[in-house]
Design a protein around this ligand. Structure first.
Ligand SMILES: C[S@@+](CC[C@H](N)C(=O)[O-])C[C@H]1O[C@@H](n2cnc3c(N)ncnc32)[C@H](O)[C@@H]1O
Length: 231
């Protein structure tokens, strides 16, 4: 009889312990993700306060757009041209955590690249990012894998060259996002013409009265009358 009671107690203890473990696991995953997000947002805030002016980073409103586009497209591979200190890269990483994606980013200035690496570590996103130092006009050719989003934010008169080199790798349904389309007007005239006239592309402009973000869709299907020029 007493053996029976002991084994019943044992079963109850084991069941309760197992229940606690399951509860802990289901609670800890969102908790962990929230903590990581807070850590990343804290680093973005510090970068905004301490490093922003010298680094030519996108403003936070544009960072939010980048995150949103990456998350909405379920991006697995993003390529950024012009890392600077990694501010926009880290906005992308907020999305890449949930899409299980990764970022390849190019920066010509070794000092900025070193600062970006430090920032990636502090934000805990360094494993999501491959940073390549050098002239992106040459270096982008090392990319061979499909791309979901290209983000161009470097030398303005080089945008068309980046587009020509990377567009073949962008998957149909993927995006080419260009920063500073308002400011840099004539320097990127050739780029703006290409993304608003090529029949395989459809382009809209966001934040047109501030920084200007060109968002170009590589269409899945197209005919050569298309690309409504809405600019
Ligand atoms: C506007 S900043 C990039 C800001 C960054 N995307 C962000 O929002 O945090 C432009 C960066 O492009 C880099 N750059 C300019 N020409 C480049 C090139 N040919 N190859 C790679 N990087 C280049 C500059 O050194 C600079 O750091």
């Amino acid at each position: 009889m007493s053996n029976k009671i002991i084994s019943t107690v044992e079963v109850v203890v084991v069941l309760v312990a197992a229940g606690c473990l399951v509860a802990q696991k289901t609670e800890s995953e969102p908790g962990k993700a929230r903590k990581q997000e807070t850590r990343i947002l804290n680093v973005l805030e510090e970068m905004l306060n301490d490093q922003y002016s010298a680094m030519l980073s996108v403003p936070p409103e544009d960072g939010k757009v980048l995150r949103l586009l990456a998350e909405a497209t379920g991006a697995k591979h993003i390529v950024e041209v012009g890392t600077s200190n990694g501010y926009a890269s880290i906005w992308f990483c907020l999305a890449l955590r949930s899409t299980s994606g990764r970022l390849t980013t190019f920066e010509i200035d070794a000092r900025r690249a070193a600062l970006a690496r430090e920032n990636f570590k502090r934000a805990g996103v360094d494993k999501l990012v491959t940073l390549i130092v050098g002239d992106a006009h040459e270096k982008v050719t090392i990319i061979k894998e499909p791309i979901d989003i290209v983000f161009i934010d470097a030398d303005k008169d080089g945008y068309l060259d980046y587009l020509n080199k990377l567009l073949p790798l962008v998957r149909p349904g993927g995006l080419i996002v260009a920063h500073d389309t308002t400011d840099a007007g004539s320097l990127m005239e050739d780029y703006l013409k290409a993304v608003t006239t090529k029949s395989e592309l459809e382009t809209i402009f966001l934040h047109e009265y501030t920084t200007g973000i060109g968002v170009t869709l590589k269409k899945r299907q197209y005919d050569n009358r298309s690309n409504l020029n809405l600019r």
